[in-house]
Design a protein. Structure first.
Length: 258
């Protein structure tokens, strides 16, 4: 009997479902932008259901931080960024396997607690001029693309100079959401995906920030050159870009990438 060459054997282990027995499971290490958590929890579970021998382990954080980790050799199998620029830089610098792929376009939302007196629907971002707004949470623009979009939107609304001294910066979008939900900020500019998910969805209200007030938030992914399971990463990326992954992304507030 002909023996499979090593590369074919590796692909077989990645692509063929296992029975979930006593053997060690194939693991996929995903570094994902914090805004993706509500959607990616469901997407990862759906992928694992189709590949019983696979375990998807996702670490959530700021895209800029993951970009720096990959440049320093971190063995992430797949990087799902909150923007398209960081994956493109990895490709340009020869630190990626293949090309970057856009998978979604995000939206920015202004969120306040349900009991807030602010008239979001009437005033939009100008509601932040209210003196009762002592702190406004956003993701740190130095590391998180949604923080960059938040600054751009505040400038476009003509309120940035007033709001800037009140800004509270989260290390990523999820931490900015925690600041607002805990009461440490009276408002937050957040990814729509987080505003639509518990606990923010039940404990607050939000309005969409006009997409024209900031650059499009096109989110892209890439397989780092240091990936230990590139074949499995490609399979997950295909699932994310497919009909089922796309439907789950849309349900969590994302649109198709431009």
């Amino acid at each position: 009997m002909r023996r499979l060459r090593p590369i074919n054997l590796a692909l077989a282990l990645v692509l063929l479902p296992r029975d979930g027995g006593a053997g060690e499971r194939d693991r996929l290490a995903v570094a994902a932008a914090a805004n993706l958590k509500p959607a990616l929890v469901e997407i990862a579970a759906a992928f694992e259901a189709k590949h019983p021998g696979v375990e998807v382990r996702v670490t959530y954080g700021a895209s800029g931080a993951f970009h720096a980790q990959i440049r320093n050799g971190a063995p992430h199998d797949l990087f799902l960024s909150a923007d398209a620029a960081l994956p493109a830089k990895l490709v340009a610098d020869g630190l990626a396997s293949g090309s970057a792929f856009p998978y979604a376009e995000g939206r920015l939302a202004l969120w306040v607690p349900r009991t807030s007196p602010l008239a979001l629907e009437r005033d939009g971002l100008r509601a932040l001029l209210d003196p009762r707004v002592l702190k406004v949470a956003i993701a740190n623009p130095a590391a998180a693309p949604y923080g960059v979009a938040a600054e751009e939107a505040l400038r476009a609304a003509g309120v940035f100079e007033h709001v800037q001294p009140r800004l509270v910066l989260g290390q990523n979008a999820a931490q900015a959401a925690q600041f607002a939900h805990s009461g440490n900020a009276q408002a937050a500019l957040l990814p729509l995906s987080l505003a639509l998910a518990p606990p923010l969805a039940g404990d607050g209200r939000h309005v969409l920030v006009p997409a024209s007030s900031h650059a499009p938030i096109v989110q892209a992914g890439v397989i780092p050159a240091t990936a230990r399971s590139p074949g499995l990463a490609r399979a997950f990326a295909d699932f994310l870009l497919g009909p089922e992954g796309g439907a789950l992304l849309r349900r969590h507030g994302y649109g198709p990438p431009r």
